[in-house]
Design a protein around this ligand. Structure first.
Ligand SMILES: C[S@@+](CC[C@H](N)C(=O)[O-])C[C@H]1O[C@@H](n2cnc3c(N)ncnc32)[C@H](O)[C@@H]1O
Length: 253
């Protein structure tokens, strides 16, 4: 039976690779990648560094899977994501059948942790459910960008005995949710923090976390929002892409 490991490789710093990830990479015959867009060059460099630092054998093959585009124009978000996932499953299934021998080990390196806002677990489940190819699935946890953010700012995500809320930015258009005082925001294509107008909120912002070009800004949101926007826009222009995550923290009364 072919096996497939979804390996969390951390948010960008090869030092965040776990021993489990390294062990799994070293047992892998074929790594499937799906780099695209402006980030492709930086991601390929980061992946090569991960393979080098893991001591991956020279026999390991890297196969690039042409990743289908997601329909970002359509208003129906859930349907568009579902359709994209199915097309990704088609592409990865074809690549696995063509490139991985019957008893070989394949792997997909996942940015951060596979359990957090990543579709590869769902894609692998789809492939298995179709039944065209038998796959033994392993998921190796990684350090997510959320943990990298907290460590970089030297903060805890939660306050004593309190919850942490993790959300995509598009759900913050109307402000912070009631009762959520520590909110981690991911997948922000703009500067959604500017929608938060209530007083007494702190921001801990990080971009390209774990990389040599990591950027950090923190402070009262009303005082540093403009600095975050400027830093973000300048960096995006310079590198051609940006990935950022931040914690919004309400001052407790
Ligand atoms: C598709 S999700 C993947 C999350 C990933 N599985 C994780 O555990 O961090 C992509 C989002 O994660 C965040 N992200 C991932 N890597 C990051 C990094 N190195 N620095 C800052 N944010 C990052 C950004 O919010 C980005 O929009």
């Amino acid at each position: 039976v072919r096996s497939l490991a979804l390996i969390g490789i951390g948010a960008g710093d090869p030092n965040h690779l776990t021993l489990h990830a390294i062990e799994e990479i070293c047992r892998t015959d074929v790594v499937f990648t799906a780099d695209k867009g402006e980030r492709a060059r930086d991601l390929a460099a980061a992946r090569d560094e991960v393979l080098r630092r893991s001591g991956a054998p020279s026999t390991l093959r890297v196969v690039n899977v042409v990743d289908p585009e997601r329909d970002r124009g359509s208003g129906a978000y859930a349907e568009a994501v579902e359709d994209w996932r199915m097309r990704r499953a088609d592409a990865f299934e074809r690549a696995i059948v063509a490139e991985l021998g019957e008893s070989q080990r394949g792997a997909i390196l996942v940015w951060g942790d596979p359990s957090l806002y990543d579709s590869m677990i769902a894609v692998a489940d789809d492939i298995r459910a179709r039944g065209n190819v038998a796959l033994e699935l392993t998921v190796v946890p990684g350090i997510s960008s959320v943990q990298a953010l907290a460590a970089a700012h030297r903060i805890a995500l939660n306050r004593v005995g309190r919850p942490v809320h993790i959300t995509p930015a598009r759900l913050l258009e109307d402000g912070l949710p009631d009762g959520a005082d520590d909110v981690v925001v991911m997948l922000d294509s703009g500067c959604t923090f500017e929608r938060i107008t209530e007083p007494g909120v702190e921001i801990y912002w990080g971009a390209y976390l774990g990389t040599a070009y990591e950027l950090l800004v923190s402070g009262p949101l009303d005082e540093v929002a403009a600095e975050v926007r400027e830093t973000r826009e300048r960096a995006r222009k310079e590198r051609g892409w940006i990935m950022d995550t931040y914690l919004l923290r309400r001052r407790l009364r």
